[in-house]
Design a protein around this ligand. Sequence first.
Ligand code: C2E
Ligand code: MG
Ligand code: MG
Ligand code: MG
Length: 278
Amino acid sequence: KAKDDGKNTYHFYTKEMTEQAFERIFMENNLREALNRNEFEMYYQPQYDSNTNEIVGFEALVRWNHPERGLIPPQQFIPVAEETGLIVPLGRQIIDMATTAIAEWQRSGLTKARMAINVSAKQLRDASFTQTLSAILDKNQCLPEWLELEITESSVMKNTEHTIKLLHQIRRRGITISIDDFGTGYSSLAYLKKLPINKVKIDRSFICNLPEDKDDAEITKAIISMSQSLNLDIIAEGIETDEQRAFVNSEGCYMIQGYLYSKPVTYDDMTAKLKGEA
Ligand code: C2E
Ligand code: MG
Ligand code: MG
Ligand code: MG
């Protein structure tokens, strides 16, 4: 019987692995074409000051608008884009689209908030990153003050010296830098102090079981108080309930991003929302 189970398990995994391999090949072949066909679309999720309920920022989140498959979420193609190097040209398109959006909203007086763009480790390692960034900002007449780059804690850890130098360059231009998914890596307070960062984003995984989960509550408290002592801005992401908002508020975190306020929406929907508020 045990032998049968083993066999079944084996078959099960083989089938799953084949499907994964096909999926992977599908992604690789289609990502490049999708770039040329402009099938990527940015969604924008507003960040709020929970004291005033005003929008204080936006996060640009990419989706693949596939003609047959519909909207594909980033976690299904960003890792493949990173492994194949396609994240570099894709990242360029993302920065282009997101800076166009914020420049438009800023110039028409719809907002004074910044646009946060996710940047992966591989993009940062690309030698022409800062040059490309400057060129796109110029082209779209987007001020550096309107821009924020989100770097994950794990990707800063991977890159070390080179990344730190690069982040200093970016900071000097007036671009804000935030650490995304904070708490999921293993960086120490001392290490964080060496980085030229402005803002820490508490990872959603610590937020989702608040306030019941005692461990997550302690971690969240620690991240907030650490950020305060380092004079860093702090935002909680993935806030879905009023209890979660109240918990982080009570610990001193007032910047909120999450479904409680808004899901990510298209450029047109965000524009309409901003017009309604103005
Ligand atoms: P992230 O940067 O941590 O983005 C936050 C994710 O949490 C987004 O998922 C957002 O839609 C989701 N989220 C926000 N509030 C809530 C909430 O209240 N509840 C729940 N359940 N989810 C919430 P999304 O858009 O699927 O993106 C997933 C990840 O993919 C991002 O995590 C980021 O790591 C990556 N990603 C997305 N867009 C880009 C991009 O343009 N470039 C790069 N390099 N990575 C991106
Ligand atoms: Mg992010
Ligand atoms: Mg995050
Ligand atoms: Mg996350």
